[in-house]
Each structure stands twice: as structure tokens, then as C-alpha cells.
Design a protein around this ligand. Structure first.
Ligand code: GRF
Length: 231
């Protein structure tokens, strides 16, 4: 089926988004889709938190909003199987973790290898996990940023294919870094999903290809919101 809002060159690419909280990255992806900038259809927003504001964003847009709580399951693996079974019903081409704040069972991740990406607020491999802005400050870094990577069983450890960079300025705090990075994250995520939906980016074992050629470094977000290889 073709998406009437976008170029007829591209078939619709079905996306499911997982988010645990605010949902601004989800909202950015949705906005890009609604403006016809991405050849995707967002099928559903899934959350591990009943009160996640991201669910309200989905409902307001008429998108399925599905919450599953870990409390209803005996362990993490059982919860992950249930959540991803919900996603599987929608037969997505891609699952996007956009502020999804839980580790995912290795077997569940493996079943979606190459079809699940995550956005993380650091220049991976620096600072996997939490408190990334403070850790960049504490390390005295001059540059900070965000990364998009294919998800593997290793926390924030799968192959990175796109990054956005920004300088750390005198007087920056974790809060100012987070605030300045967020709009870059939004553009980074939309551009990344766009490349995957257009079949240009694909996972290739422990690496990633762009137009069939193995990337030797992550693409970098440009001022015009495109992603480019920088040599
Ligand atoms: C973002 O910084 C994302 O990179 C991180 O969690 C935050 C989620 O923000 N993993 P939002 O829910 O998309 O507004």
C-alpha cells in the first residue's frame, strides 16, 4: 500500500514506538509523519507505564495507545514477551525505542534483530545507561550528543549508525545539556527512521550498511536535519 502523503516511490513502512514517559521523541516522529516527511505509518505507542504522557499523545492523534505493566508478570522475560507479543500483532517493520527506560530480555531482542532501534542521549559508546549528561560534564568532555543504534542484548551496545553532536559550553549543567540536546534528538530520530524506512540503512551483523556499503563511522546530523557520512 502506498502512503498518499508521501512520495509514491516508497511503500508504507509500519512502525511501533515504545516509550516510558514524556514522549517528545515519539511526538517528533509523529509530527514528521503527519507532515508527510517520512514514508511511515505509526501503528501504536506501547508503554510499560500506565501514566506515561506518551500514551496521551498517541490517543490525541488517534493512534493505538497500549500500556502493559511489569507488575502483572512474574519476571522481566515474561513481561517482555507479553509486550513484544502486542507489538508483533501489528506486524511492524520497525520498533523504535524512544525513551523506553527498561532493559529488554535477550531472547526477545534477538527475535527482532535488525528491526529495533533505540535513541540514547550520549555519543555512544560513551555513557551507556543513565545520567549521560552529568557523566559527560564530569568527564570534562568538550562535545556531547545523541546516538541511534540497532538494539542488541547489551544495554545501549548495538551498532550505532547515526549521531548528533553539540558543544558543551561553559556553565552548562545536566539540565541545560538535556534541554539543548532534545531538539537535536528529535531531528536525529526522524532522519534515522527515514533512512531505514527508505531501505537505505540496514543492520549487517555487528555493523550497519548505508546503501549496501558498510558504515565505518556513524552518520552525522547536519544543520539541514539530514544525515551525512563525514570523512
Ligand atoms: C530522551 O533523552 C531519550 O534519548 C532518552 O530518554 C529521553 C526521553 O525523552 N532515552 P522523551 O520521552 O522522548 O521526551
Amino acid at each position: 500500500m502506498l502512503n498518499a502523503c508521501t512520495s509514491p516511490d516508497f511503500a508504507v513502512f509500519d512502525v511501533v514506538v515504545l516509550a516510558s514517559g514524556r514522549g517528545s521523541n515519539f511526538a517528533a516522529l509523529l509530527g514528521a509523519q503527519q507532515r508527510g516527511e517520512l514514508p511511515i505509518r505509526i501503528h501504536a505507542l506501547l508503554s510499560d507505564k500506565f501514566a506515561a504522557p506518551a500514551l496521551d499523545i498517541a490517543r490525541a492523534a488517534g493512534i493505538a495507545a497500549i500500556a502493559v505493566t511489569p507488575r502483572d508478570f512474574p519476571d522481566r522475560a515474561a513481561f517482555d514477551r507479553a509486550l513484544f507479543a502486542q507489538a508483533a500483532l501489528l506486524q511492524p517493520d520497525l520498533i523504535v525505542l524512544a525513551g523506553y527506560m527498561r532493559m529488554i530480555d535477550a531472547a526477545v531482542v534477538q527475535a527482532w534483530a535488525g528491526k529495533i532501534i533505540n535513541i540514547h542521549p550520549s555519543l555512544l559508546p560513551k555513557y551507556p545507561g543513565l545520567r549521560t549528561h552529568q557523566r559527560a560534564l564530569d568527564a570534562g568532555d568538550a562535545v556531547h550528543g545523541a546516538s541511534v543504534h540497532f538494539v542488541t542484548a547489551q544495554l545501549d551496545g548495538g551498532p550505532v549508525f547515526a549521531q548528533a553532536r553539540m558543544p558543551i559550553l561553559a556553565g552548562d549543567t545536566a539540565d541545560t545539556l538535556a534541554a539543548r540536546l532534545l531538539p537535536l534528538e528529535h531531528r536525529l530520530l526522524a532522519a534515522s527512521v527515514g533512512l531505514i524506512a527508505r531501505g537505505r540503512i540496514a543492520r549487517d551483523g555487528d555493523g550497519v550498511t548505508l546503501d549496501g556499503v558498510r558504515l565505518d563511522a556513524p552518520l552525522q546530523l547536519q544543520d539541514d536535519a539530514t544525515l551525512r557520512a563525514v570523512g
